[in-house]
Design a binder for this molecule. Structure first.
Ligand code: CTP
Length: 399
C-alpha cells in the first residue's frame, strides 16, 4: 500500500478533493490530508478526517502528540498530491516559501509530487503562474493540467480542475513508478463515444443508457500518451479531455459521417459508442399527437454499423470495438469480432453493477483472434489504460 499526502488549497474545486481521496483509497492507497486556512472555507477538516480516519494537518502547531507534524507527514508520504492547487501555492512551491502547514510540509517533501491546478483562466494564463509551472516541471514536479470549460467565476477557459479519474490515474501511475509511456506520439486515433439520439419528432427521440465515460477516458489516456485524438461524441454531459479534437453529433447517421471523415488519415479507431441499432424511417416535423397519430407504430429502419464499415475499409489500420452484453458475454463478443471484422472486441457484462452504464468501474474481457483475456473489476481510467495498451500493441508500438 502506498501513502499519499493530499494537500488541499483554497478554491471551489476543494470539494472535488474528497472524490480524489476516495478514488485513491479505492485504488488501495492510504491517504492523509493537509489543508490551508482558505481551503477550510470551502470544505471542513471534519469531512477529510471522517474519510481518512486520521487528523488533518492544518496548523504547524498543536497536533496532538506530534511536535513536528510537517516533518512526520513529509516523511510518511510516498506521493505528495496538491489538489486543487491554487496559483498561490504553486508560487510558494516555486519560490520555496514555507509560511503555513501546507507550504512548509511541501518544502520538506522529497517524494514525487503531483500538482492539479484549478483557478480562473486569467490567473492560470498569467505569465507568473506559467513561469511557476515551468520552474516546478523543471524540478521534476508532475502536473495534471486543468481542463477548459465554464469556470466557477462565470468565465470560460482553461482553469477547471482536471477530471477526478484522470488525477487518480496519474497519481496511481506515479506511485507504481511507471509514468505513462509516450507510445502513441505521432499516431492519430478516432474514438467514438456516448449514445446516439434518433429523432421521432421535435420532442421525442430513441436513446440508450450510455454516458460516454469509457470513450472519454480512452480519449484522455491516448492524449496523455501522445496521440492526436478525434473524439466523435454523441450527446453526453461530460467535458471533453483537454487536447481532444471534439466533433459533437446527435444521430447514428451523423456519427457515421463524422467517423468516416475522422478515420481518414487516422491510424486506429476505438468504437465505444452505443450507436442506436434502429432509427425512425421518418422524423416528424411536428410533435406527434398520441390521440391521432400512432406512436406505437413508428416504423424503424436499421442504422449502418459504423464499426463494421470502418473495419471494412481499415487496411492495415487498427479497429477496436466494444460489446456490452448481459449474458453469454464471451460467445457474443466472439461472434461480434467475426461479424464486424475488427481486430479486438472489448466485452463487458453490463448486468453487473460494477460494470454497468454510468459506473466508475468496469470489468472487461479482451476478445481477439489470439484468444480471450479477462480482467478484474478496475476503475475506468485503468480500463482505459489497458485498452490503449492493446491499441499500442496492435499498432506495433511498445506499451
Ligand atoms: N456499433 C456500431 N454501429 C452500430 C451498432 C453498433 O458501430 N450501428 C458498434 C458499437 O460501437 C460497438 C459494437 O458495434 O463497438 C458492438 O455494439 P453492440 O451494441 O454491443 O452490438 P450490436 O451490433 O448492436 O449487436 P446486438 O444488438 O445484437 O448486441
Amino acid at each position: 500500500m502506498s501513502r499519499v499526502a493530499l494537500f488541499v488549497t483554497g478554491g471551489v474545486a476543494a470539494y472535488k478533493a474528497c472524490e480524489v481521496l476516495r478514488g485513491l483509497q479505492r485504488a488501495g492507497h492510504e491517504v492523509r490530508v493537509a489543508m490551508t486556512d482558505d481551503a477550510q472555507r470551502f470544505v471542513g477538516t471534519t469531512t477529510f478526517e471522517a474519510l481518512t480516519h486520521s487528523p488533518v494537518l492544518s496548523s504547524l502547531y498543536g497536533l496532538d502528540g506530534d511536535p513536528i507534524p510537517h516533518i512526520s507527514l513529509s516523511e510518511w508520504a510516498s506521493l505528495a498530491l496538491v489538489c486543487p492547487a491554487t496559483g498561490n501555492v504553486m508560487a510558494k512551491m516555486a519560490a520555496g516559501i514555507a509560511d503555513d502547514a501546507v507550504s512548509t510540509t511541501l518544502l520538506a517533501c522529497d517524494c514525487p509530487t503531483l500538482v492539479a491546478p484549478a483557478m480562473n483562466v486569467r490567473m492560470w494564463l498569467h505569465p507568473a503562474t506559467q513561469a511557476n509551472v515551468t520552474t516546478l516541471a523543471g524540478r521534476g514536479v508532475s502536473f495534471v493540467m486543468p481542463d477548459s470549460g465554464l469556470l466557477a467565476c462565470g468565465d470560460a477557459g482553461q482553469g477547471k480542475l482536471a477530471d477526478v479519474g484522470r488525477i487518480v490515474e496519474e497519481a496511481c501511475a506515479l506511485l507504481s513508478g511507471s509514468p505513462r509511456p509516450r507510445d502513441l506520439a505521432g499516431r492519430t486515433l478516432l474514438v467514438n463515444a456516448g449514445p446516439t439520439h434518433e429523432a421521432i419528432d421535435p420532442v421525442r427521440f430513441i436513446a440508450n443508457a450510455s454516458t460516454g465515460k469509457m470513450g472519454y477516458a480512452i480519449a484522455a489516456e491516448a492524449i496523455a500518451r501522445g496521440a492526436v485524438v478525434r473524439l466523435v461524441s454523441g450527446p453526453v454531459s461530460l467535458d471533453a479531455p483537454t487536447g481532444a479534437e471534439l466533433v459533437r453529433v446527435v444521430s447514428a447517421a451523423d456519427m457515421l459521417d463524422a467517423c468516416l471523415a475522422a478515420f481518414d488519415g487516422a491510424d486506429a479507431a476505438v468504437c465505444t459508442a452505443a450507436v442506436a441499432d434502429y432509427t425512425p424511417r421518418h422524423a416528424s416535423r411536428h410533435k406527434l399527437k398520441k390521440s391521432v397519430e400512432r406512436l406505437d407504430a413508428i416504423e424503424l429502419v436499421e442504422t449502418t454499423d459504423i464499426l463494421a464499415t470502418l473495419s471494412a475499409r481499415k487496411g492495415d489500420r487498427v479497429v477496436v470495438g466494444f460489446a456490452a452484453e448481459t449474458d453469454d458475454v464471451i460467445p457474443y463478443a466472439r461472434a461480434k469480432l467475426a461479424r464486424k471484422g475488427c481486430d479486438l472486441i472489448v466485452a463487458n457484462d453490463v448486468s453487473r453493477p460494477d460494470s454497468t452504464f454510468g459506473a466508475d468501474t468496469s470489468r472487461v474481457a479482451f476478445v481477439s483472434a489470439g484468444g480471450v483475456e479477462e480482467l478484474g473489476t478496475l476503475p475506468l481510467p485503468q480500463v482505459a489504460r489497458e485498452v490503449v495498451d492493446r491499441v499500442a500493441m496492435l499498432l506495433g508500438g511498445s506499451s
